[in-house]
Design a binder for this molecule. Sequence first.
Ligand code: NAD
Ligand code: IPM
Ligand code: MN
Length: 343
Amino acid sequence: SRNIRLAVIPGDGIGTEVVAEGLKVLEAVGTKLEPTHYDLGAARYHRTGETLPDAVLEELRGYDAILLGAVGDPSVPPGVLERDLLLRLRFTFDHYVNLRPVKLFPGVPTPLAGSSADDIDMIVVREGTEGLYAGTGGVMRRGTPHEIATQESLNTAHGVERVVRYAFEKARSRPRKKLTLVHKTNVLTYAGDLWQRTVDRVAGEFPEVTTDYTHIDAASMFFVSQPERFDVVVTDNLFGDIITDLGAAIAGGIGLAASGNINPERTAPSMFEPVHGSAPDIAGQGKADPTATILSVAMLLDHLGLHAESARVEQAVAADIAERRSGRSTHEIGDDITARVSG
Ligand code: NAD
Ligand code: IPM
Ligand code: MN
């Protein structure tokens, strides 16, 4: 079979450190993966003023998948790299499904007293191309006492329906077959109404799936107090962003949380990345846990149809974290998981 073309964007801070370990594991699992590195992020921005040149964006479109570390750096104004690099990739390549498993591996400590691996096994289907991330709105009279800043949430019937449909399909494929819409329909009456009506309508096509609804504030509480309530969660872009950091915390920490920005129709490459950011507070110290990136690599392999390889990576991670030894460096964790994948 032909080589799989992978674009690699290590990015900033610990992004470069964790991606190196992800690639080590990819190589060890024995796929015909041909990685090409793209130098994008804070260093490129400072050197050339570029975030994501149009020509690079079009080149990236030709890959089978993208692996990204993290972007964002304290030396760059907030939003520049996040919006013009990361969100531009998600929007341009129609990554309307941001898939974020929240799964507690056996043996991993959770801060939730009394919860075990059986209780925390859900998947958040976060919308990835719309909502408050769309960037509509603006500012008037900036810097004056009368400044007005608006930031709108964009929700289209098409955009909501396609992600809701994906979430129903995901729910149908899981043993519990339960889908929870998380929103704020009691206040966000226009957007919430569209989401709720869409779920209600699409539910008619999935009679085997049970649906329910929880407001985002209560859902945040239930993530902590009763995580077993959730199987598949579908929610908008910003709620999904926030609740998946909470999800990461209950499932053993942000260093373990993986994600995939999926284009289900495969009209452009999907992009896999840890949920965490560039972690400037620990960057360059070899302290970052690369496990989230390695689990994102497992999601990438699965997306590319390499199911056995994906399972091997996930099993290697599960075995590694079941006997977590503390004090290991980024490299040591990567090496330990690589050894399990190889042998
Ligand atoms: P962060 O996720 O980078 O860090 C939050 C905390 O978690 C920090 O204390 C950090 O040290 C810790 N942490 C994160 N990943 C870890 C890992 N793998 N191992 C151990 N500890 C880890 O979030 P932040 O501090 O809010 O953001 C920092 C920068 O990253 C910002 O510029 C932000 O915009 C950006 N960011 C980028 C992405 C992305 O590229 N997908 C995601 C989130 C944040
Ligand atoms: C994430 C990050 C991004 C988001 C930022 C960096 C744009 O927090 O991937 O969770 O908000 O989606
Ligand atoms: Mn986030």
